[in-house]
Design a protein around this ligand. Structure first.
Ligand code: IMP
Ligand code: MG
Length: 169
């Protein structure tokens, strides 16, 4: 296991993203900031504490099937947000955009539920792995095609608690 991104680098980058998001959302009211469980939990908690516009927090759990290191391409909303989506400006907070299948599913889910707008913040992006053309509006780090764990990201549900991003060797 090799450290790829330190907790300090994540902290610094999260602050930069927060500044950018604060500027872009400054005039919005009653924004719904949505954490995509489980992977985004650490990034979400750090990010929202640096956001300063009018917001509500909520959670959802999109699940892409396949418990190894390869996603099956099938996604399901295992836990829907508790709050109304209709008419809301949404900031969806994701752990990583890999093939993009999960993000495409989530965006469609939110748009179909009547969201007024959907922006996405993702801690990590693996652009070379993309199979569908989706992107995050705010990206922490663009990384190579390597399977990573820590800071919310798992391998078979373990290692989410690691305080940094590590490459599995
Ligand atoms: P997708 O392939 O873009 O649909 O990614 C779906 C989900 O797979 C992400 O939200 C993560 O939970 C998981 N995932 C993708 N790449 C990695 C990785 O390198 N480490 C841990 N989880 C990953
Ligand atoms: Mg996962």
């Amino acid at each position: 296991m090799k450290e790829l991104i330190t907790k300090k680098a994540i902290e610094e980058r999260t602050s930069e993203l927060a500044e950018q998001i604060n500027r872009d959302f400054a005039d919005k009211k009653d924004v719904l900031v949505l954490c995509a469980l489980k992977g985004a939990v650490m990034f979400f908690a750090d990010l929202v504490r640096q956001l300063n516009f009018d917001m509500e927090l909520d959670f959802c759990a999109p699940q892409s099937y396949g418990d190894g290191t390869i996603s099956s391409g099938k996604v399901d909303m295992k836990l829907a947000p508790f709050t109304t989506i209709k008419g809301r400006d949404i900031l969806l907070v994701e752990d990583i955009v890999d093939t993009g299948i999960s993000l495409e599913f989530c965006k469609k889910y939110l748009v179909d539920s009547g969201a007024k707008s959907v922006k996405v913040a993702a801690l990590l992006d693996k652009p070379t792995r993309r199979r569908v053309a989706v992107f995050a509006d705010y990206v922490g780090f663009s990384i190579e095609d390597k399977f990573v764990i820590g800071f919310g990201l798992d391998k078979m549900q373990k290692f989410r608690n690691l305080n940094g991003i590590f490459v599995v060797e």
